[in-house]
Design a protein. Structure first.
Length: 414
């Protein structure tokens, strides 16, 4: 809703706000926050709030552990599931060192810089996500159980779709928070759901993706379920994806989508470690409607990037490999970098893939580039990536490489 600091001050005073959650994420996209009392708002705006970040994943390697959180007033949102009296609000934060210099491992700050770089070159990138998740049951003690909430299938309806009321509550909660979902439905897997979001600026879309996961988890818990965002929660069933729709404007007109797509295809192998950061990610790719080959096609859901049917005004690409464990700030930032490479180098698209790759013969598949097949392979490509070394802070890249080494061999596909 793009609040100013004065509007936030007024809102806190008039709406009985008692707690303010200052939200950020670790290098891997996991949400973190510190809650301050309303009386500390002025200090948060003027000086920031100091946090000891020594135990935050990806931050712990810093020689200095103190960081400063600076709330972004434009991101004010009420948490509707918290009490009406003594309200709780949330703001996303930018992170600096105590001397005011940007904290290099602030991935939201990374996306800000990539947006600014694109704007300097005349481009405004836009993104929208389609996020999938499983609703699972809880046991008699309320602990998570690996039992799907229902046995419905793709776009089924109630009563077999037992998650429709939870999806409805999620969408209404998101609207209350200033986020606009476009559609929702039951997905292919038992208990699997999908909610799609409107196309918007990179930073807003990434903030919304972070908020979405928090909302889904909170609403699921309130309904006696729990939300599982794992890339592959159940063997033999569809994995969870985070499909990313992308486009860009140049001088108020649609930029060349084919060159942006070509740039992403050129560099996708290098980016896969950050788009698919879990061992389970590689049990999803190449199976159950998840892409395994570096291809593109119009309306082809077996391709890595598809160009859905739409009028020129709404034409965009859809990258289908990322999963919900990806940090959206890094995913969007790297897609901007790859897109800029495609635009500036005038990269041309390879031949379109018109075949259903899930049914293609070995001869057809042999001629195609594959996505990395394991976390270890993805890490090797990332380590030697010109794109990542050009745009991504070395500290962030090293955090992912170290984590991949620690997770080596856990649950990857053969």
């Amino acid at each position: 809703m793009n609040y100013t600091k004065d509007e936030v001050r007024q809102f806190v005073e008039e709406e009985d706000v008692k707690f303010i959650r200052l939200t950020f994420c670790d290098v891997f996209g996991r949400p973190k926050n510190i809650s301050i009392m309303a009386g500390e708002l002025e200090r948060a705006f003027s000086e920031g709030i100091a946090v000891d970040a020594w135990a935050v994943p990806g931050f712990e390697g810093a020689a200095r552990s103190d960081i400063i959180l600076h709330p972004d007033p434009a991101t004010l949102a009420v948490l509707p599931w918290r009490p009406e009296h003594g309200r709780v609000i949330r703001m996303f934060c930018d992170i600096t060192w105590p001397d005011g210099t940007p904290f290099i491992c602030d991935t939201r700050g990374f996306l800000r810089r990539m947006e600014a770089l694109a704007l300097e070159k005349g481009y405004t990138f836009r993104f929208g996500t389609e996020q999938e998740f499983y609703l699972m049951r809880t046991d008699m003690e309320g602990e998570p159980a690996m039992v799907p909430f229902d046995r419905a299938g793709y776009m089924d309806v109630g009563p077999v779709d037992r998650g429709e009321n939870i999806r409805r509550e999620i969408c209404m909660t998101l609207e209350q928070m200033g986020i606009r979902p476009e559609s929702s439905h039951h997905e292919e897997g038992p208990g699997q759901n999908e909610i799609d979001f409107a196309h918007c600026s990179a930073l807003k879309s990434a903030d919304d993706a972070q908020t979405f996961r928090n909302v889904v988890s909170a609403i699921a818990a309130r309904n006696g379920a729990w939300a599982n965002f794992s890339p592959k929660p159940l063997e033999g069933e569809s994995g969870n994806g985070m499909h990313i729709n992308f486009s860009a404007l140049e001088g108020g007109k649609e930029a060349d989508l084919s060159r942006i797509t070509a740039g992403i295809l050129e560099h996708i192998g290098e980016m896969t470690l950050l788009l698919n950061p879990e061992p389970a990610s590689y049990r999803r790719l190449g199976r159950c409607m998840a892409p395994g080959y570096i291809t593109w096609g119009r309306e082809n859901r077996s391709a890595l990037i598809r160009i859905p049917a739409a009028s020129p005004k709404y034409r965009r690409g859809e990258l289908r490999s990322p999963d919900p464990m990806a940090n959206p700030y890094l995913a969007f930032g790297l897609m901007i970098g790859a897109g800029l490479e495609g635009l500036e180098q005038g990269l041309a698209l390879p031949a379109e893939c018109g075949e259903n790759l899930y049914r293609a013969d070995e001869e057809t598949l042999r001629g195609l580039r594959r996505l990395p097949a394991t976390l270890e392979e993805a890490a090797r490509e990332a380590a030697r990536s010109p794109l990542l070394h050009k745009y991504l802070p070395e500290e962030i890249l090293q955090a992912y490489l170290e984590r991949a080494r620690a997770l080596r061999g856990q649950g990857e596909r053969s």
